[in-house]
Design a protein around this ligand. Structure first.
Ligand SMILES: *Cc1c(COP(=O)(O)O)cnc(C)c1O
Length: 238
C-alpha cells in the first residue's frame, strides 16, 4: 500500500477514535466500554493488515466466504490479538465454517440458527459467543428477531447452554440525521434490559449498534460495539 493511503487510514482511525471518546465522555461512560469494530467488507487484505498495524483489533465481515479468503491471505501476518466478527446474515450451511473463523457471531437472527450453532459448539465441546440480531425498526428488508418475538423465544435460546449469548445487535434504518436513529438504539437497550430482568440466567451485556453515519448517538445510548466501515476505510467501491 502506498504511504499516502496508509496515512489517510491512520488519520481516519484517529478521527473515529476521537469521536468515540467524545461521545463516551458526553454519556459519562468509560471509553474502554466501547469497542471499535472496523468493518472490512469489500476492503482488500492489504488495507486490513495496515489497519491492524495501527492498532485496530476487531474486524467485521458480512460474508463468510469473503472473510475466509481474506484470512487465508493474511495468515501469519496479523497480530494475534486480532478478532473477527460476523455481522451479516448467516446461512445454516455455513454455520460450521463461521464458528471456526469468527470469535463472535453478531448476527444470530433465528432460533433455528441458534440451535444449529449450539449443536456445532456441543460437538466441539466449547461455547460459541453470539449476539442476537434484532430488527428494531420492523423493516421487511432487514434480518433479525422482532423484539416481542425475541422476548418469547429468549428462554429457549438460554437453554442452549453451548451458546454464550453476550448481547444484542441491530442495524438502524437509513435516516436523514444520526439523531433520528436514537429511538432505535434506545429501543435495543430497553429490550436488553427487559430480557435481563425477565430471565434470571440472562447475562446480556453487549449492544452492537452504530455505524459510520450514527455511531456517536449509539454510544450515547449505550453501544459497547460500534461497527464502522466507511469512516475507517473510506467509501466502498462496489
Ligand atoms: C456495512 C455494515 C456496517 C458498516 O457500515 P458503514 O456505514 O460503512 O460504517 C455495519 N454493520 C453492518 C451489519 C454492515 O453490513
Amino acid at each position: 500500500m502506498s504511504v499516502n493511503v496508509a496515512a489517510n487510514l491512520r488519520a481516519r482511525v484517529e478521527r473515529v477514535r476521537q469521536v468515540i471518546e467524545a461521545a463516551a465522555v458526553r454519556a459519562g461512560r468509560p471509553v474502554e466500554d466501547v469497542t471499535l469494530v472496523a468493518v472490512s467488507k469489500t476492503v482488500g487484505p492489504e488495507q486490513v493488515r495496515e489497519a491492524a498495524e495501527i492498532g485496530i483489533t476487531h474486524f467485521g465481515e458480512n460474508r463468510v466466504q469473503e472473510a475466509e479468503a481474506k484470512l487465508e491471505i493474511l495468515a501469519g501476518q496479523l497480530p494475534v490479538a486480532v478478532q473477527w466478527h460476523l455481522i451479516g446474515h448467516l446461512q445454516s450451511n455455513k454455520a460450521r465454517k463461521a464458528a471456526r473463523l469468527f470469535s463472535l457471531i453478531e448476527s444470530v437472527d433465528t432460533l433455528d440458527l441458534a440451535v444449529t450453532l449450539h449443536r456445532i459448539a456441543e460437538e466441539s465441546a466449547r461455547r460459541i459467543p453470539v449476539l442476537l440480531e434484532v430488527n428494531v425498526s420492523g423493516e421487511a428488508s432487514k434480518f433479525g428477531f422482532v423484539p416481542d418475538a425475541l422476548a418469547d423465544v429468549f428462554p429457549k435460546i438460554l437453554e442452549l447452554r453451548s451458546l454464550e449469548v453476550r448481547g444484542l445487535m441491530t442495524v438502524a434504518p437509513a435516516v436523514a440525521t444520526a439523531e433520528d436513529a436514537r429511538p432505535y438504539f434506545r429501543g435495543l437497550r430497553a429490550l436488553r434490559d427487559r430480557l435481563n430482568a425477565a430471565n434470571p440466567r440472562a447475562e446480556l451485556r453487549d449492544l452492537s449498534m452504530g455505524m459510520s453515519g450514527d455511531f456517536p448517538v449509539a454510544i450515547e445510548e449505550g453501544a459497547t460495539l460500534v461497527r464502522i466501515g466507511r469512516a475507517v476505510f473510506g467509501e466502498r467501491t462496489p
